[in-house]
Design a protein around this ligand. Structure first.
Ligand code: 4NP
Length: 171
């Protein structure tokens, strides 16, 4: 988590995948790292979770942590499941794939909540609105490295989007 949770003018961002051990903690780590490098940490609060209960309480997959560590990012997040109250708390709920998006949409109680859900990868430059972060769980280390690259680029696009939408100058 970064930022000051009790401050009212910060952007609250939640990354969501299925297990919360591969893609969403990788995205959380990459986005927090970008915020630190660009000096925007105090503007955001960031967390991640999974739609499933499969890995609650676990650290990220060793392959996710190894890949992040190579880029100087230490992942200490422990998996948790998405809960309905997250809709109220967070401003942006960023799904890694269309299945996560659909599952979140089914939990939303109204249009205001549904509008907070986005496919994260649509913010990556050159990607379409339906682009997904591929699930690396049954893959190799190379797949985890690809995920890291994708979530890093999508993080840059997402930060640009939030800052430009809100008139904040980005270096
Ligand atoms: P994630 O990857 O959703 O990116 O964390 C997965 C992790 C675990 C499982 C599937 C995907 N699983 O089936 O346990």
């Amino acid at each position: 988590m970064v930022g000051t949770p009790d401050s009212s003018n910060i952007y609250k961002v939640l990354f969501v995948c299925l297990g919360n051990i591969c893609r969403s903690p990788a995205a959380e780590g990459a986005f927090v790292d970008l915020l630190e490098k660009k000096g925007f940490s105090s503007l955001f609060e960031v967390d991640s979770c999974g739609t499933s209960r499969y890995h609650i309480g676990e650290l990220a997959d060793p392959r996710t942590r190894q890949t992040a560590r190579k880029k100087g990012i230490e992942l200490t997040h422990k998996a948790r499941q998405f809960k309905r109250s997250d809709f109220e708390y967070y401003d942006f709920i960023l799904a890694m794939d269309r299945s996560n998006h659909k599952d979140l949409g089914a939990l939303a109680s109204n249009e205001e909540e549904r509008k907070k859900i986005h496919l994260f990868r649509k913010f990556q430059k050159g990607q379409g609105k339906d682009s997904e972060v591929p699930d690396p769980y049954y893959g190799t280390l190379k797949d985890f490295e690809e995920v890291h690259q994708i979530v890093s680029e999508a993080s840059e696009g997402f930060l640009d989007y939030v800052l430009s939408k809100n008139g904040v100058k980005n270096a």
